[in-house]
Ligand binder design. Structure first.
Ligand code: MLT
Length: 325
């Protein structure tokens, strides 16, 4: 080997050795988990519950950063542009798929601009109205909304939020268009519902169960096809006549494209450990969330699922004519 080549090989080995040991040492500082909706809401609750357990496994703080706006797309664009150094992760739900049909121009591609870490939990939704709303049952709600569609508003967390998806499916089922009132998360939307400033909200059990149990909202049913353990007496919307109405919220964890595979694998292990952590399992069960099945916990499992969800929701969303430029 001549001297020049010898030097080059030596330099490259040193570089790889530094990269490899940097990955072994990871994380040497706090890791950020970006949440695309307001603090205190359903995604934030899942992120903070998992984050506390992940931080115990990794031996580093997991900092939750709420990056709000445009139904989660501001945060997704931010993460897609972030350094792939293992210190930025992202939690997002069905919106990662639905936004591709809802936005004509999206500055990122959910399938190619991210590394896939794992799915985490599946969460049912619940259809609610303000406490003094005239309708007491789902049939009454359907009749009242059809008769008063110009006067009723529907809160959501913006185009791309699951509250928007669920509300849109409700409108489609009744063949009405209500006035949308967007918030930057369903935490502020729920406050507005409790304050009587908005009429209807479809939101995840991770936020709504305490309000349903306290009787501070009108509650019409769950969005799963079968009843859920956390609210065993609550009927489904499907069994009450909204045939095939189903929205289940799945939460996935991502990283910027190019984040080294050994780091993705370690984060995947930390998420899996969190999902087996008794504290996490209890909190999730109390809030109606189900731990995602094993088949969804690999990076490939999340990638395959996201692709299937884009294919599933695209035609449904396009059939409603809902989109943003
Ligand atoms: C939230 O965390 O505020 C919700 O997930 C927003 C939504 O998608 O409805």
């Amino acid at each position: 080997m001549n001297l020049r080549r010898c030097f080059l090989v030596g330099a490259l080995s040193a570089l790889f050795a530094t990269g490899a040991s940097a990955q072994q040492a990871w994380p040497t500082k706090p890791v950020t988990l970006v949440v695309p909706f307001a603090a205190g809401g359903p995604t934030d609750v899942v992120a903070r519950t998992l984050g506390a357990s992940i931080s115990r496994t990794l031996g580093q703080t997991v900092v939750i950063e709420n990056k709000l706006g445009a139904g989660g797309t501001v945060a997704a664009a931010y993460v897609a542009r972030s350094a792939p150094d293992g210190y930025t992760f992202f939690i997002h739900h069905n919106g990662m798929a639905t936004s591709t049909a809802l936005y004509r121009k999206l500055s990122y591609n959910p399938l190619t601009d991210f590394e896939f870490v794992s799915q985490a939990v599946d969460v049912p939704m619940t259809l609610l109205a303000r406490k003094d709303f005239p309708a007491n049952t789902l049939p009454e709600l359907v009749a009242y909304v059809k008769a008063n569609k110009d006067k009723i508003n529907l809160a959501n967390a913006g185009l791309g939020a699951v509250s928007q998806l669920c509300g849109m499916l409700f409108e489609r089922a009744l063949d009405v268009k209500l006035t949308a009132v967007p918030f930057q998360g369903t935490a502020p939307a729920m406050n507005a519902l409790l304050g009587g400033q908005v009429d209807i909200l479809c939101d995840q059990t991770t936020q709504t169960i305490p309000q349903i149990k306290a009787g501070s909202v009108k509650f019409y049913g769950v969005t799963t096809k079968t009843r859920i353990k956390a609210l065993p007496d609550a009927p489904t919307l499907n069994e009450q006549g909204l045939k095939d109405f189903e929205v289940i919220v799945w939460h996935g964890i991502y990283a910027p494209k190019g984040t080294p595979k050994p780091i993705i694998d370690r984060m995947n292990g930390a998420v899996r450990a969190a999902l087996k952590d008794p504290e996490v399992m209890k909190r999730m069960a109390d809030l109606g969330a189900e731990i995602a099945p094993d088949s969804k916990l690999s990076p490939e499992g999340l990638q395959t699922w996201l692709k299937a969800e884009i294919d599933k929701w695209g035609p449904i969303i396009r059939s409603t004519g809902t989109f943003a430029d």
